[in-house]
Design a protein around this ligand. Structure first.
Ligand SMILES: Cc1ncc(COP(=O)(O)O)c(C=O)c1O
Length: 460
């Protein structure tokens, strides 16, 4: 018995799905062959290659939860750009705001009236007083880490095993089988001595966290409030209280990265659960797909930053703050964020997303039960994930070991070949407000069919 499925059958069925994919996607295949001549990995971003067929589908257009490829196939998109399009593709209110602003100047290195509105809204919604804008969540994390080093005078960043916070060098580590920290599988250490930059701890392990902080060399703890990038790992009861108490005791700034957990509600997981980070990072979905992220700081941290980097005074030589970028905070981002916050990220839309996500979760739970699979399904707000272990994992290491490349590839490709897209890197479905119950039911029906075909004891 391996994860409830007959792996020989899975392997055979996967081969059949690859064949079906090639037959159904000839134009995408031709695009890919030509793209290989120009793009380092056959696409403008290497991740675009990591879908379960032998090449990515080429997209013709996407609206709401529906995506159409160049071979004319329509898909229900539950990947939504791995969260960047969490509120649906081409969201009408945000698209209109972007179209209007782009004709009035998109990048000015000056604030617009929207900047004030967005600043006020960020403070109101997420509770921290001071904010900055970046072009990606990776950048936001990098810049906050840099500032934490500056204000604490310490070097190391503490992250949790199997985290993902973007391509932040210090965070690209994992535990090996002996519990030693090594560069993450597939990521070159790139000359970085991780022993000098990073402390690594398993999520939910407060004693290990305390032991790491007690060294006195940690500049910041960077975490998601609920791990979402290795399957989903919920915080154990008391974990967040312990994390906050320990970071305060050792005077270590706590950065909470809500880039994915914004799926929990209009104020993110922190808003729903009353968490009080020192820094808050948010990216991807807040500007309708325009590259954009924000980070916020508490009053106390802002005061420490101003001690090192005071406000610019006229007549002073140009000051290099060491963070930011000329495109950050641009007028287009501001218009897009204003439209997203004022017209999209509201209780009504979240209510709809949650109801759809619950329908999907309940359907998957019923399939798991019907086939007695040793799997489980987790939902946080609009995000649903199924993982090949019976209980929710306690930490990233456990979640990582429950992954299974072949089964994932088969499930994803079976669904893709029949018009449903899951997030390629794991079994994650995100529900946008314009998805329909029929689309959710299609996912659940297809998952039932593809599992029935390969479960242990299935007729050959
Ligand atoms: C929690 C978290 N933080 C940061 C990032 C990086 O975001 P970006 O790709 O916009 O740099 C991701 C990306 O998946 C993420 O999941």
């Amino acid at each position: 018995m391996t994860l409830g499925l007959d792996l020989d059958l899975v392997s055979q069925c996967y081969q059949a799905e690859l064949q079906r994919f090639a037959e159904r996607h000839p134009r995408s295949g031709a695009f890919y062959q030509d793209n290989l001549k120009h793009w380092l990995y056959g696409a403008p971003l290497h991740w675009m290659q990591q879908w379960p067929g032998r090449y990515p589908i080429t997209v013709a257009e996407a609206q709401g939860a529906t995506l159409v490829d160049c071979d004319g196939h329509e898909y229900v998109d539950f990947a939504l750009g791995d969260t960047g399009a969490m509120f649906g593709h081409a969201q009408p209110a945000v698209s209109a705001a972007i179209a209007q602003q782009v004709q009035r100047g998109s990048t000015l290195m000056l604030p617009t009236a929207d900047s004030l509105w967005v600043g006020q809204e960020l403070s109101r919604r997420f509770g921290l007083p001071y904010w900055q804008v970046t072009t990606s969540a990776t950048d936001a994390n990098r810049f906050v880490l840099r500032l934490c080093r500056m204000i604490t005078g310490r070097q190391k960043v503490l992250v949790f095993n199997c985290n993902y916070h973007g391509s932040v060098d210090e965070s690209q580590v994992e535990f090996d089988a002996q519990g030693q920290m090594i560069a993450r599988d597939g990521v070159h250490a790139n000359g970085l001595q991780h022993q000098a930059t990073t402390r690594l701890v398993e999520f939910n392990d407060l004693p290990a966290l305390e032991a790491a902080l007690a060294h006195g060399d940690v500049a910041a703890v960077l975490t998601e409030p609920f791990m979402t990038n290795v399957g989903m790992v919920p915080p154990a009861a008391g974990f967040h209280e312990g994390l906050r108490a320990l970071t305060r005791r050792y005077d270590v700034p706590l950065i909470i990265d809500e880039t994915h957990t914004l799926s929990c509600g209009p104020g993110g997981y922190c808003g729903e659960h009353g968490l009080q980070p020192d820094f808050f990072v948010l990216g991807k979905s807040i500007a309708g797909g325009i590259p954009c992220a924000v980070w916020g700081s508490s009053q106390a941290m802002a005061e420490r930053i101003w001690q090192v980097l005071p406000h610019f005074q006229p007549g002073q030589a140009i000051n290099h703050f060491g963070f930011g970028g000329t495109l950050a905070g641009n007028a287009l981002q501001m218009a897009a964020m204003r439209a997203t916050f004022s017209q999209v990220m509201n209780d009504e839309n979240y209510g709809r997303m949650f109801a759809l996500a619950e329908r999907l979760r309940a359907g998957v739970a019923a399939i798991i039960e019907r086939h007695r699979l040793p799997w489980h399904v987790t939902r946080i707000g609009a995000r649903v994930e199924y993982l090949f272990m019976q209980q929710a994992p306690r930490n990233g290491g456990e979640a990582h070991h429950a992954r299974h490349g072949l089964i994932e590839a088969y499930l994803h490709l079976y669904l893709l070949n029949r018009g449903v897209l899951l997030t390629p890197f794991h079994n994650m479905a995100l529900l946008c407000p314009s998805a329909s119950e029929a689309q959710v039911d299609l996912h659940n029906q297809l998952l039932e069919q593809c599992i029935a075909q390969v479960r242990q004891g299935a007729p050959a």
